[in-house]
Design a binder for this molecule. Structure first.
Ligand SMILES: Cc1cc2nc3c(=O)[nH]c(=O)nc-3n(C[C@H](O)[C@H](O)[C@H](O)COP(=O)(O)OP(=O)(O)OC[C@H]3O[C@@H](n4cnc5c(N)ncnc54)[C@H](O)[C@@H]3O)c2cc1C
Length: 376
């Protein structure tokens, strides 16, 4: 496959690089990371750099998927804040949403005006998601939702949740699952942040106590929740879709800068960084090729996205482990500059990569069963 870039893509990169140099913003001293990334999302959108591969009618630019890789690469090369990771949340609307739902929700999702969380996991339903027990009971005009979700990223900052709830028989596994759009300010929702080992509370518990939603808030038909969830997580496993190519590119650049002369004088340091560069290039090339193939065949992502997730996890964990090893005490001890604590935070967060979006073991199971056709 020819992966060389068209003149249009080269020009796109030039324009983006120029724009980024003038428009990158800094995180405020007391600004939570989630709110800072939301602000950055809105700045990027105003510049026309969000939703590149989304239809123009919803605020995207209708470009091919490989433009998302270019966006990630340029942001990473400049060390700018991560590309927005929220877009994967709305992909299912393109297939299952009504026209009214798409018009109502997608433009504000892309612009970063509304933030969305993913209410899938529950205390007894993580890897075994089909075991979920949150229920949506029919009322005269819609549904009443009762149950508990957990590990919901950024729930306390979000405006809407894509929630999976059981509408069919309990014990009916994935057949009786439906998806709902739930406004996070609805009466009956309680959100409790959970402090993670990083010291931050990225994720939350969510309690739903008879939360009423109208019928028009159901996404797809009753029982469509499972394929909707699978499409959402397939996009979530794509490193360009969640902005992780930009995040890794920026971190690698920063690490090289911090290592400075040691990269020239210490062969062991050079080898370690070279190993990271190779892993990162493999990931980037894989993602670009995957997206180019998807453009050509006009297909949607499926279980093969587990390869992307595994590669992404490997880069994340190797990169941050190496940073801690090579930067030593300066990466982990508190210092005047908060860069030190920041590397430790990133290292700790990288450990979660083999859990979120489906654990490493689940990705391997999916590849074995759904891609390679091996027995369960
Ligand atoms: C940082 C972070 C953010 C998250 N954000 C969200 C979010 O926004 N929304 C959301 O819905 N969820 C979110 N999650 C939850 C995440 O999807 C689950 O944690 C994940 O699916 C694993 O589920 P679990 O924690 O219940 O672990 P379990 O399913 O209990 O798994 C425990 C261990 O057993 C292994 N295991 C389980 N079943 C099998 C099997 N069949 N074969 C082999 N091994 C198996 C797992 O790999 C794991 O190592 C987030 C998690 C993290 C860490």
């Amino acid at each position: 496959m020819d992966l060389s870039e068209s003149p249009e893509l080269v020009a796109f990169r030039d324009g983006l690089r120029k724009w980024l140099r003038d428009n990158v913003i800094e995180q405020g001293a007391d600004e939570p990371r989630g709110l800072f990334l939301k602000r950055w999302h809105q700045v990027l959108f105003a510049g026309g750099w969000v939703g590149l591969s989304w239809p123009t009618e919803y605020g995207g630019r209708g470009l091919s998927n490989v433009y998302d890789v270019a966006l990630n690469e340029e942001i990473g090369a400049l060390g700018a804040p991560d590309a927005p990771r929220i877009g994967y949340m709305g992909r299912a609307f393109l297939q299952w949403g009504t026209q009214e739902q798409r018009d109502r929700y997608l433009p504000r999702l892309l612009s970063g005006e509304d933030y969305w969380c993913q209410g899938f996991s529950e205390p007894n339903a993580g890897s075994d998601l089909a075991n979920l027990s949150t229920r949506a009971e029919r009322t005269g005009t819609g549904y009443r939702i009762t149950g508990q979700k957990v590990w919901t990223s950024y729930a306390e900052y979000c405006d809407f949740c894509i929630l999976l709830a059981r509408t069919g028989e309990s014990g009916g596994r994935h057949k009786g699952v439906s998806a709902f759009v739930v406004p996070m300010r609805s009466p009956g929702i309680e959100v409790r942040p959970i402090v993670a080992t990083t010291g931050e509370s990225e994720f939350c518990e969510m309690f739903f106590d008879g939360v009423e939603v109208p019928e028009e808030n159901r996404l797809g038909a009753e029982g469509d929740g499972w394929p909707i969830a699978m499409m959402t997580v397939a996009y979530e496993r794509g490193a360009a879709d969640v902005g992780y190519l930009s995040k890794f590119g920026a971190a690698l650049g920063e690490l090289r800068t911090l290592l400075g002369d040691r990269l020239r004088t210490d062969a062991a340091v050079r080898r370690r960084v070279a190993d990271l560069e190779v892993r990162f290039r493999i990931l980037t090339t894989h993602v670009r090729r995957r997206l180019a193939e998807r453009d050509l065949a006009d297909t949607l992502p499926g279980p093969e996205m587990s390869v992307d997730k595994i590669l992404m996890t490997e880069v994340d964990q190797a990169l941050h482990r190496a940073a801690i090893d090579l930067l030593g005490a300066s990466a982990v001890l508190p210092a005047e500059s908060d860069a030190a604590g920041e590397w430790m935070r990133r290292y700790l967060y990288s450990r979660a990569a083999s859990i979120y979006g489906g654990s490493e073991q689940i990705q391997l199971n999916l590849l074995a069963q759904r891609v390679l056709g091996l027995p369960r």
